[in-house]
Design a protein around this ligand. Structure first.
Ligand code: DAT
Length: 175
């Protein structure tokens, strides 16, 4: 699959697991275009306001998919978002689900200035493997890879893994 500019890679995981950091490094290393979906939601107003009790945006999923569609169909993107069950399945060729240890995630989210409630909800989400289950339900088993993201070595290994996968994809799909 993939579009004229190559495949699309999704980097997903609970907030704080390292999606943005990992996606940025993948983009620098491979030339894939980084789409931070949270930024698209804010800039293109793909939401119906904020849910104050959860301190998050209420997503307008259809509007978000419309806003991303042209670039996704072209391919050649690395997408970073904490949820993936509403994207069209054919958009993604490879899905990495980043995982972090509870104490690591707790420290990162605290450092981000999240409220105790929001830190607790996200840590619980990680322990319950919510994002992993969502990815497994929505995408073919062989496309979904669960990887640890606690240390800089693991970050580098995850970036290299995507770069190697992409090299193989490019040579398999060369004219
Ligand atoms: P996300 O986009 O999933 O919310 P992020 O990329 O903003 O997460 O990372 C959160 C913080 O953790 C940020 O300060 C960078 C750091 N970090 C991310 N992945 C890491 C890793 N594998 N090792 C060490 N620090 C990491």
């Amino acid at each position: 699959m993939g579009g004229s500019l190559g495949p699309n890679v999704l980097i997903t995981g609970t907030p704080g697991t390292g999606k943005t950091c990992t996606s940025q490094q993948i983009a620098e290393r491979t030339g894939l275009r980084h789409i931070n979906v949270g930024d698209v939601v804010r800039l293109k107003q793909c939401h119906e306001g904020r849910d104050e009790s959860f301190d998050t945006f209420i997503l307008d999923e259809d509007k978000l998919c419309d806003a991303m569609e042209t670039q996704m169909e072209e391919g050649g993107n690395v997408i970073d978002f904490h949820s993936c069950d509403f994207f069209p399945e054919h958009w993604f060729d490879l899905i990495l689900v980043l995982r972090a240890e509870t104490s690591t995630l707790f420290d990162r989210l605290k450092a981000r200035g999240y409220s105790e409630k929001k830190v607790g909800e996200n840590v619980e989400c990680e322990i319950m493997q919510v994002v992993l289950e969502e990815a497994k339900e929505g995408y073919p088993e062989e496309a979904v890879h669960e990887v640890p993201s606690n240390t800089i070595e693991e970050l580098e290994s995850n970036v290299s893994r995507v770069a190697q996968w992409l090299d193989a994809w490019r040579s398999n799909n060369a004219d």
